[in-house]
Design a protein around this ligand. Structure first.
Ligand code: HXC
Length: 272
């Protein structure tokens, strides 16, 4: 894996990383990056099948692994997974709150249960994980990383529910940095841009149209799950020991569109 060209293979040797929603997508990319630099990796998710596939990929990178079916909405199941991780792999040094749900829906069509479901998975699920892992993180003076999204600070059409949940996550991230800093626990978030091959992209964009839209991203391409993993490894590493309460945006500049109305118009005016 490319990450070991830049980070030492044993950077996280003897450390335990727990990733919620680690069975696929960005979260699996993060889990694999930690596995490649020597971490033991635990994942939870809603389906055993996905966890089995992900565990094989993590083990192929040489990681000790643990996987347990747990929906982050269910505190007892999540607490059990986090407690068992300590027995199997040792206390958690890095908690990645990645489990998320998304669908595109107009605000006027969004049912109360639809809104609640996304807030339950993303925001309350992230609180559940942080709360459940607190004792272990205090013991290890560990790090919490939240997987956020651009809609936390910029409204995206038909993403009211996700924006509300992710904005809550950003607030919680800063609050935990403040309250748990004295225990040596750091708390940061990562804001991924469009990441290729993920469930989120499948839900948010037609692949053909996405190709056309890439020119509006300053870096002119989608990101990869590995690139989110690199950011996560950096933030959880000793290199970031004095970084807490911070958001790291890894989006190829997608969030810089500013006045898209102006930018798209200006681009057309100058097109030859
Ligand atoms: C409108 C919808 C809907 C849709 C579900 N609901 N899908 N409303 N449009 N397309 C409503 C349902 O009608 C129901 O409300 C409520 O939401 C709960 O739906 P369930 O299907 O019962 O929920 P559940 O089985 O728990 O599934 C959760 C889910 C689902 C989030 C709704 O889509 C899911 O499991 N997704 C998989 C994970 C995922 O989405 N990953 C991508 C994350 S991407 P009623 O009123 O009918 O009871 C991401 C990145 C964002 O987060 C940033 C990218 C840039």
């Amino acid at each position: 894996m490319q990450i070991t060209k830049y980070f030492a293979k044993d950077l996280f040797k003897g450390k335990t990383v727990f990733v919620t929603g680690g069975g696929s997508g960005i979260n699996l990319g993060i889990a694999k990056s930690f596995a490649a630099v020597g971490a033991s990796v635990a994942i939870c998710g809603r389906t055993q099948e996905r966890l089995d596939g992900a565990t094989k990929e993590l083990a192929a990178l040489g990681a000790k692994t643990f996987a347990k079916v747990a929906d982050v909405r269910q505190m007892p199941a999540l607490q059990a997974a986090i407690d068992e991780t300590k027995q199997v792999l040792g206390p958690i040094d890095v908690l990645v709150c990645g489990a998320a749900g998304n669908f595109v829906c107009r605000a006027e069509d969004l049912s109360p249960n639809g809104f609640r479901t996304v807030v339950d998975i993303d925001l309350i699920g992230s609180f559940h994980a942080s709360r459940a892992a607190f004792t272990q993180l205090k013991e290890t003076r560990g790090t919490i990383l939240f997987v956020s999204a651009g809609m936390a600070y910029m409204p995206y059409a038909f993403q009211l529910h996700v924006g509300a949940a992710k904005a809550g996550i950003e607030s919680m991230m800063k609050n935990l940095a403040l309250e748990w800093g004295p225990y040596g626990i750091r708390s940061c978030s990562i804001v991924p841009g469009p990441i290729e091959g993920t469930e989120g992209m499948k839900r948010l964009a037609d692949p053909k149209e996405m190709q056309e839209r890439l020119r509006h991203i300053p870096m002119q391409r989608m990101g990869t799950a590995d690139e989110i993993g690199f950011a996560a490894v950096f933030l959880a590493s000793p290199m970031a020991a004095y970084v807490t309460g911070e958001q790291l945006i890894v989006d190829g500049g997608s969030g810089l569109s500013g006045s898209a109305l102006f930018n798209i118009g200006a681009e057309k005016m100058l097109r030859r």
